[in-house]
Design a protein around this ligand. Structure first.
Ligand code: 99T
Length: 209
């Protein structure tokens, strides 16, 4: 299998953290593709009409997108029911956290694009502020409900929230998301120490790419 991804992409990291947790990472060859909404990559577009990362190309040529679909595929490949719990109540809790983590990443990526991609004279400060407010509200929600995240072990909710927090450190370190959120910060400190997270740090991958 080949994965179109990029060291900076939190969605790409989510897929690789899931792959490491499921012990299938060595079956995936990663192709680093620089991609933005205004600079699509031809190889990615050939496999995914949306032109987005991550996109996984299977050995039979089928391409899977987006990160949610790819993670479910990898979970099935590894036997199923590991990152996506089978018990309906536990599963729904993990899926809701996945949605929240994806939402944090989406809002943060939109704020990032508005900050670095859009020509300076066209930048819309209120847009950036409101994307950042979404992130802040989601982090406060997590701080209040940190027990929803698995204290030990891992599921797709933990993987996604962990990658979202890692992305905030990578792109928005100056915003200091840990301030006022000690419970979430403590959870992340433990989660970030997992080998799957250590193997996928954006700073390290960017240097190696
Ligand atoms: O939107 C584009 O054309 C290019 N952007 C992407 O492909 C981003 C890369 S993160 N990926 C997504 O938005 C995927 C979202 C999808 N719902 C999923 O896979 O879950 C780039 C971050 C950065 O450069 O800082």
């Amino acid at each position: 299998m080949r994965l179109h991804s990029h060291p900076a992409s939190p969605f790409g990291r989510k897929v690789m953290v899931a792959a490491h947790e499921l012990d299938v990472a060595d079956r995936i060859a990663v192709d680093w593709r620089p991609v933005t909404p205004v600079a699509p990559n031809a190889a990615v577009v050939a496999d995914n009409p949306l032109g987005k990362l991550p996109t996984l190309v299977l050995d039979d040529g089928r391409a899977l997108f987006d990160s949610r679909v790819i993670c479910e595929y990898l979970d099935d490949l590894a036997g199923g029911g590991r990152l996506f719990p089978r018990d309906p109540g536990v599963r729904m809790r993990a899926l809701r956290l996945q949605a929240l983590g994806d939402g944090i990443m989406e809002a943060a990526v939109l704020a990032r694009y508005e900050t670095v991609l859009r020509p300076e004279e066209l930048r819309w400060q209120a847009w950036i502020e409101h994307q950042k407010l979404k992130v802040a509200r989601a982090l406060d929600w997590l701080e209040e409900r940190v027990e929803e995240l698995p204290a030990e072990g891992v599921d797709i909710g933990a993987v996604t929230v962990g990658c979202a927090l890692g992305y905030l450190d990578f792109r928005f370190g100056a915003d200091r998301w840990r301030e006022g959120r000690p419970r979430l910060a403590a959870w992340y400190e433990r989660f970030a120490a997992r080998p799957s997270m250590a193997a996928t740090r954006p700073h390290d991958l960017e240097k190696a790419a």
